[in-house]
Design a protein around this ligand. Structure first.
Ligand code: C5P
Length: 304
């Protein structure tokens, strides 16, 4: 094996869904305490990093994903991640980042967080920084609540504001139909609506859901799913209810808003059932993706 550094590294990071998203009352720092169960699903962004004199990012759509709303300046989460890793190591370096985006944007699927996580891993490899896992998770957590999970992947219980992640046992091989919406929904607006509606619960470990995952039991999982942001998201966007009802009518075992929305998820019994639900929704002219879960977290796919 050559000891020279690669000229470019590509890392793949998955979308996440929240199988439960239990939200507590606002904390002093403005964030909300969460008890959530994340699952990484088979929709991916690939980030390619190469050394450069200045930071830059470009974004390319994979399939039908709409990428025009993704910022290409210093506010891009991949660039912020790159700068944060360099600062963590006390270095002065820059990279050119290219994002191949298969995760719908502003959809509640943590696509921006996936890009941040992929960038951390890509730059760590590109420059052979040897960042410890604990440090990667800490840098990730400072970038956004969902970024540590995008590193980890699989299925995990998230606490704190979502950044504290603990892998959980998941014996299932789950199939999700995923219905993105043409218009994104900004996460802070959904949390603000949650507060305005006077919502916020006491948090506990989601035992029924964790047991359903451990048993790989789709019937038990279907009744244990839940998302406290569904009510505020529907309050802001009542039109979203029509899509939810269509997924139910197409035969999904359960329908769930993904994170802060507006993407809906339909749980299917197996791959055959999922394909039938997809066909039925596509026949109505709807945009539908099909994704298995759980899948791996951020991992290198190409070294040049
Ligand atoms: O952590 P992240 O940058 O993804 O959060 C985006 C926004 O979502 C925050 O600025 C905050 O408004 C809201 N949020 C929250 N409580 C959380 C996570 C996110 O209020 N636990």
């Amino acid at each position: 094996m050559s000891t020279s550094l690669p000229t470019a590294v590509t890392v793949r990071a998955p979308a996440k869904v929240n199988l439960r998203l239990d939200v507590g009352p606002t904390r002093a720092d403005g964030f909300h305490p969460l008890s959530t169960v994340y699952q990484a699903i088979g929709l991916y962004d690939d980030v390619t990093a190469a050394p450069a004199d200045a930071w830059s990012v470009s974004v390319e759509a994979a399939g039908e994903v709409e990428v025009s709303e993704v910022p290409l300046d210093a506010g891009n989460l991949a660039v912020r991640a790159g700068r944060a890793l360099v600062a963590h190591h006390g270095l002065e370096r820059a990279a050119r980042l290219h994002v191949h985006k298969g995760i719908p944007v502003a959809g509640g699927l943590a696509g921006g967080s996936a890009d941040a996580a992929a960038t951390l891993v890509a730059l760590d490899r590109l420059w052979d920084l040897g960042t410890t896992d604990a440090d990667l998770l800490a840098v990730a957590g400072a970038l956004g609540s969902d970024v540590p999970f995008a590193l980890l992947g699989g299925t995990a219980w998230g606490t704190g504001r979502g950044e504290l992640v603990e892998p959980v046992s998941d014996a299932g091989s789950w199939w999700w139909v995923v219905l993105p919406d043409a218009r994104g929904l900004a996460t802070p607006r959904v949390y603000a609506a949650h507060d305005a509606l006077g919502l916020g619960r006491d948090l506990a470990r989601p035992d029924a859901l964790l047991a359903a995952l451990q048993a790989g039991d789709p019937e038990a999982l279907a009744v244990a799913l839940g998302n406290d942001l569904e009510t505020p998201a529907l309050h802001l966007r009542p039109d979203l209810a029509a899509t939810r009802d269509a997924v139910r009518a197409a035969g999904a075992m359960a329908v769930l808003l993904s994170g802060s929305g507006p993407t809906w998820l339909g749980l299917c019994r197996d791959a055959t059932h999922a394909r039938a639900v997809v066909e039925s929704l596509r026949a109505e002219g709807r945009t539908v993706l099909l994704a298995p879960g759980p899948v791996a977290g951020s991992h290198p796919v190409v070294h040049a």
